[in-house]
Every structure is written in structure tokens, then in C-alpha cells.
Design a protein around this ligand. Structure first.
Ligand code: UDP
Length: 250
């Protein structure tokens, strides 16, 4: 298992993208259902105010540092993570590996039609993916959806219901779902479908993907205020922790 780094109350696995992908392969070789979560700064900020959510994140089998905000925060605490591991990219690696292994994939989430469009686009890139089932994320009856997942024979489940809904849904139902790997991936299906475009590479490279999303979807502005709030809270928290450590050392 990889070392965990605590960042504003959430323990993140200190992994590179390659290591995270290798870990998902290991999970697929074990019989239990594993849960992977991808908290960015917004979710980290939410978790500080929602104990149920932070307990769920901390009890997951893998927690990756999704987003530049979390990477900066880890530096502020003086315990930097190796790199940003974007959930949408890890998801794509899992799909690429699944296209070789033939393991069944189930997409749950996003608006009706988005999952199908995502699958269509992904099959052009990775023709071997074996899609066991696709369901949109606007359902009422959990049990009926879980039955469909179990009957499909899928081993990999993408849960894209947005945070914190997807994390709570996975935690509540994990024992009833007979897959080996489930990933909570927010807007990933929209991204694969191309209904929401990721930022051009230059924005991602400069750590400005958040800025691109803000320009493209100004209605996210309220939600995106979580990023500066998270950064300030992290600065305060790290100062407090350093002060306490100094006191202890005396
Ligand atoms: N969504 C869903 N069911 C719901 C609410 C949201 O399937 O009840 C989907 C929504 O259509 C979108 C995704 O969840 O595809 C959340 O996207 P968002 O960009 O908000 O996710 P983030 O990655 O920012 O958490």
C-alpha cells in the first residue's frame, strides 16, 4: 500500500498516475469490492464540514489528489504529494486496461444519453472495452439499479453522480454491489462524451484548468469559491499544526 498524506483532514495516497492505475489492477485481482475516490479542493472543503463524507473518504481503498488545489495544499503542509492524479485520467487508464483484459465495465451517472455517447467515443479509442451496462444518474430506486449492475456481470463500476452524492451512494451500497472496483468520478462521463470539454493542454500544464472551467461555465462561480476558501483554510490549519509541533518539540 502507498503512504497516506493527510491534507486538511483527508488522507491521500501518495501515488503517481501509473501507480494509481497499477493499484486498480491489483484491486481487480482481489475478490472484494474496492472503492476509489477522487476528492478535489471543493470536495476536501465539503468534507471538513461533513463528517459522514470525510469518514467515507478516509475509509476508501484509494484516495487520489484530484486537482491542483490539493497538490498546492500538500506543499503548504510541507508534505507534498508526488503529483496530481486527475480522476478523469485515471478513469481512462482503467478503461484502457479493461479494453485489453475484457473485464466488464458499467457506467452509472450523468444525464440520459451521456453514458452511451461516452461509451461510443471511448470505443473509437479503445475498441476492446466490454460495456456490461449503462444507466443515467437520475434514478429513484437504488435496489433496481444495483440488481441491474449485479446481473450485468460487470467487474468495474464508474459512479458519476457528482459529490458528495456518489461517495455516499457507493459507501451505502458497497456490500450489495458485486463488482471489484468502483470509482467515484464526478463529471467524467460528460468529459468522455465531449458534452463538457476539458481545458486545452496549456491551461492544464499551467495549473489553470479551474480558470478555464470558470470562463466556460460561469454558473460554477459560486461552487468554485470553494477553491480559495479551501486554500485559506489550509494555510490557517497548517500554521496551527506547525505551531503545535514547535510547542511539542520544546
Ligand atoms: N449527476 C447525476 N445524478 C444526480 C446529480 C448529478 O448523474 O442526481 C451527474 C451530472 O449529470 C454530472 C455529474 O453528476 O454528469 C456531476 O458533474 P459535476 O461536474 O458537478 O461533478 P464534479 O466532478 O464537479 O463533482
Amino acid at each position: 500500500m502507498y503512504e497516506k498524506i493527510s491534507i486538511y483532514g483527508v488522507g491521500y495516497n501518495n501515488v503517481t498516475m501509473e501507480e494509481a492505475a497499477a493499484l486498480t489492477d491489483e484491486f481487480l485481482g482481489e475478490s472484494k469490492n474496492h472503492m476509489v475516490v477522487t476528492p478535489n479542493a471543493e470536495i476536501g472543503y465539503m468534507a471538513a464540514k461533513d463528517k459522514e463524507l470525510s469518514d467515507i473518504l478516509n475509509a476508501s481503498d484509494m484516495v487520489i489528489a484530484d486537482g491542483i488545489g490539493v497538490v498546492y495544499a500538500s506543499k503548504i503542509y510541507g508534505t507534498p504529494v508526488k503529483q496530481k492524479v486527475a480522476g478523469v485520467e485515471l478513469g481512462e487508464k482503467v478503461l484502457e486496461n479493461a479494453s485489453k483484459s475484457g473485464k466488464g465495465v458499467f457506467f452509472l451517472g450523468a444525464k440520459p444519453g451521456v453514458g452511451d455517447l461516452a461509451a461510443e467515443k471511448l470505443l473509437e479509442k479503445y475498441p476492446g472495452i466490454n460495456f456490461s451496462g449503462i444507466r443515467d444518474g437520475y434514478f429513484k430506486d437504488d435496489d433496481e439499479v444495483i440488481e441491474a449492475i449485479n446481473a450485468s456481470g460487470a467487474e468495474i463500476l464508474f459512479v458519476c453522480l457528482g459529490a458528495p452524492k456518489q461517495e455516499k451512494w457507493m459507501a451505502k451500497n458497497r456490500d450489495k454491489i458485486n463488482v471489484r472496483l468502483m470509482l467515484g468520478l464526478g463529471g467524467a462521463l460528460d468529459s468522455y462524451a465531449g458534452t463538457v470539454k476539458r481545458a486545452p493542454k496549456i491551461f492544464i500544464k499551467l495549473g489553470l484548468e479551474w480558470f478555464y472551467r470558470l470562463i466556460k461555465e460561469p454558473k460554477r462561480a459560486g461552487r468554485m469559491m470553494a477553491l480559495p476558501k479551501y486554500m485559506f483554510a489550509v494555510m490557517r490549519d497548517s500554521r496551527k499544526k506547525k505551531k503545535m509541533a514547535r510547542k511539542k518539540a520544546k
